[in-house]
Design a protein around this ligand. Structure first.
Ligand code: 0O2
Length: 271
């Protein structure tokens, strides 16, 4: 039997995880830059631990030499969504990507596992480029809500503790809490629009405030200090009114002031 060089075998999988984490974080960022709601709330990734790989090989009755064919989740990406509805959007995003070729999808949401586990899994092919050339490997992408993630993290650590010997009573309690997670996700789905509205207006307000403060800072370098200090005091009064339209109007006025200074400086440059 050939010697298994774990570090060398796992290195391309680590590269795949690192790249995909960056890529999915960018998807989230692009939504935020476009001031849109992101269906991806958080991105995580890991390379499976060697002990966990060995355990899986044992469970499948496979040889170490077969690990890359038999273990589909050596590279794992986890995409966390706020709402169940977002999972479908994320799955569509993945299906449309040209750097991922889907091998299979496992829907443990429509049909949960006997443990109560719920999540949507996609096994896909992904190519990494190393100094030894390119390598096409498999990655597992788990897509789930915050609530599903909470449950599976807790349940996973209990599974790890008890292995196959989880007490029946604990198993039942976990099943019941899995049902509570379904109810929580359903409840959240029913107020999704309201939650999204609230998050949207929070985001809008934060953006306007950040624009205003940027404008004030830019003015500080071109305008009279006393005038800028007056504007800052006015901003604080407007801020305390806690009214979005007043903030928007104030920001527009600042834009006009900033534009006037810009025009003056261009004229000065010309004369
Ligand atoms: P870790 O620590 O995440 O690496 P199959 O080949 O389809 O028979 P396989 O390969 O286990 O079975 O695939 P499956 O069932 O899709 O599970 C892959 C991963 O999903 C698991 O990896 C877990 O991360 C997660 N998972 C699946 N079932 C459960 C469950 O009942 N509870 C929890 N908490 N997670 C689950 P690993 O290898 O278990 O662990």
């Amino acid at each position: 039997m050939e010697v298994q060089l774990w570090r060398e075998t796992l290195a391309p999988y680590q590269l795949a995880v690192d790249e995909l984490v960056v890529k999915f974080n960018h998807v989230k960022q692009q939504y935020q830059d476009a001031k849109m709601y992101s269906p991806i709330e958080a991105v995580g990734g890991r390379v499976k631990r060697v002990s966990s790989i060995l355990e899986k090989l044992k469970r499948k009755g496979a040889e170490i030499s077969e690990l890359e064919e038999k273990v589909e989740d050596i590279a794992g990406i986890r995409l966390i969504c706020q709402f169940v509805e977002d999972i479908e959007t994320v799955v569509k995003i993945i299906r449309e990507r040209e750097d991922l070729e889907i091998k299979l999808e496992k829907d443990y949401i429509t049909k949960s596992k006997p443990s109560g586990y719920r999540s949507y899994h996609i096994i896909a092919y992904y190519t990494v480029h190393t100094i030894k050339g390119s390598k096409r490997l498999e990655v597992e992408i788990q897509i789930r809500t915050l609530a599903m993630n909470f449950w599976s993290t807790i349940e996973h650590s209990l599974q790890y503790k008890y292995r196959e010997h989880m007490p029946e009573e604990l198993r039942e309690r976990l099943l019941r809490s899995a049902e509570a997670v379904v109810a929580l996700d359903n409840e959240m789905a029913s107020v999704r629009d309201e939650i999204m509205d609230a998050q949207n207006s929070n985001r809008q307000k934060a953006n306007i405030i950040s624009d205003i403060l940027n404008n004030i800072e830019n003015l500080y370098y071109v305008a009279n200090e006393r005038e800028v200090s007056k504007i800052q005091n006015e901003f604080f009064k407007v801020y305390l009114q806690d009214d979005m339209n007043t903030l928007k109007r104030f920001n527009k006025q600042l834009d006009i002031i900033a534009e006037t200074y810009r025009a003056q400086s261009v004229q000065g440059y010309r004369s």
